[in-house]
Design a protein around this ligand. Structure first.
Ligand SMILES: Cc1ncc(COP(=O)(O)O)c(C=O)c1O
Length: 457
């Protein structure tokens, strides 16, 4: 690691309203800490947390966690306590610029006052009733989602993976419905290399990464066909050969490494599906709802699906998942075909209405696009000539920096210097998914820390 002198970095101030800044000395990364926010990482490669850089309060909590939690997460050694705007603070009061948004969830940042009001008002009125009964926020949210999308109908779930499970079931039911005389209607699915659709068995069956799948076989029959992202000809060949109920695709792959589709790819899939009678499902769990500078990522391509799944940002941090569908698909679904106890609760839907209304304005969306371009330009300028940077890519405020080495060291160095970022792909991509409300000043700060940390590696 290169030796670094102490450098001054402008750190955004504690209060989002305040214009004052404090200066923190730049800290070269301590190589003993190696961790990753997402589970692309092989836990065996994670070295022990360096006690020198973790406070006693944090260490105590981390040790307690280790004793009680099932070990599904390769966590980063930070105990977060509170957040405001685009900043979060750990239990020792250390401030971080959050360029992760809880993995593309907190689109309005932390503790947005309108979101807090929506949650508190609804929590003190009616929180949960189950889907045995009607409730006003659920219907209002469904109406708003339909008004601003291709869809005619809405199904609520509680997470991205559950939204995809529902879309899988709806696809099979649709095929059964449209092949009434067949004993063997289409039940197979095509998905793409580097895709991520979730971790429950159905969604996992459509998720390509071997390390997520291998220990859980047998997975869902009909869910093991992965085509290279962009290869329409191969999809066309497969739909003729196989019995395909639906094609699942992310218009922009997030976990897979920030890969944008092309118009030719998505419109090619649309034509192939239409010809074969297969459904086209867009998974916008990560890239939807303003993240790309478009309300829906597919609007950038002018290609429309039969179903779209949403989740992460919609309820501003509360659990939600949604399937948006056309009438054509929805007409195949009957009472009892699917359901959920918690989904579409008044409190979650009231929060989601606020998030949707705030994001779905021309000014908000064009600001995201402008900020995304600014971030990519900044990174390109600051990292020009750095031999480790292979590519900077993305759309709006979902940006990837592909390196020629594992990104975990850079992620750790950024964290030590007050900026939280994620990895993606095979662990060689730094993923930036800040709150959509991030300021230009905060983007400048984040990009500068990334530059300095990268130079120090
Ligand atoms: C595109 C996509 N689909 C589905 C999921 C699964 O969502 P969840 O973790 O809410 O189940 C994710 C999560 O990262 C995702 O990025």
């Amino acid at each position: 690691m290169a030796h670094l002198q102490s450098l001054n970095i402008i750190q955004p101030s504690l209060s989002i309203q305040s214009k004052s800044y404090k200066r923190l000395p730049f800290k070269p990364h301590n190589a003993k800490i190696s961790s990753c926010l997402v589970s692309d990482v092989n836990p065996k490669t994670i070295t022990a947390t360096n006690s020198a850089s973790v406070s006693p309060a944090s260490k105590e909590l981390m040790d307690a966690d280790k004793n009680v939690m099932v070990g599904t997460y390769a966590r980063t050694p930070v105990v977060l306590e509170r957040g405001i705007g685009c900043k979060v603070f750990d239990v020792d009061g250390k401030e971080y610029l959050d360029m992760t948004s809880g993995i593309a969830v907190n689109a309005l940042g932390h503790c947005d006052p309108d979101w807090v009001k929506a949650v508190v008002d609804q929590a003190s009125t009616l929180t949960h009733v189950s889907n045995v009964y009607y409730s006003v926020p659920q219907v209002k949210l469904a109406q708003r989602l339909i008004e601003c999308s291709f869809a005619d109908r809405v199904f609520f779930s509680n997470s991205g993976t559950e939204a995809n499970e529902a879309a899988i079931k709806f696809s099979r039911k649709y095929q059964r419905h449209t092949h009434p005389n067949s004993t063997d209607p289409p039940t197979e699915f095509i998905a793409f290399v580097n895709c991520f659709h979730g971790r429950t068995i159905g969604s996992l069956s459509l998720t390509s990464k071997q390390q997520y799948r291998v220990h859980f076989k047998p997975l869902m029959p009909g869910g093991d066909i992965f085509v290279e992202y962009g290869n329409v000809a191969e999809v066309a060949r497969l739909v003729k050969e196989r019995s395909v109920a639906a094609v699942f695709v992310e218009p922009l792959q997030g976990e897979g490494g920030i890969h944008c589709a092309t118009k030719e790819f998505l419109s090619g899939l649309r034509s192939v599906c239409d010809e074969a009678g297969a459904l086209l499902v867009f998974d916008e769990v990560q890239c939807g709802l303003g993240r790309t500078g478009h309300l829906w990522a597919h609007e950038a391509y002018g290609v429309y699906p039969d179903m779209m799944t949403l989740a992460k940002p919609l309820a501003g941090g509360l659990p939600i998942g949604v399937v948006l569908t056309t009438e054509k698909v929805s007409s195949a679904i009957n009472p009892g075909d699917h359901g959920s106890t918690f989904a579409g609760s008044p409190m979650v839907c009231n929060a989601a209405l606020t998030v949707l209304n705030k994001i779905n304005t021309p000014t908000f969306l064009s600001d995201v696009a402008k900020k995304g371009n600014y971030l990519k330009e900044l990174l390109a300028k600051k990292m020009k000539g750095n031999k480790h940077v292979k590519e900077i890519r993305g759309m709006g405020l979902i940006v990837g920096i592909e390196l020629d080495m594992p990104a975990a060291g850079l992620v750790d160095a950024c964290r030590e210097n007050g900026v939280l970022v994620l990895t993606a792909g095979g662990g060689d991509v730094v993923r930036l998914v800040p709150p959509l409300v991030i300021s230009m000043e905060e983007l400048e700060f984040g990009a500068e820390v990334i530059r300095k940390c990268l130079e120090a590696l």
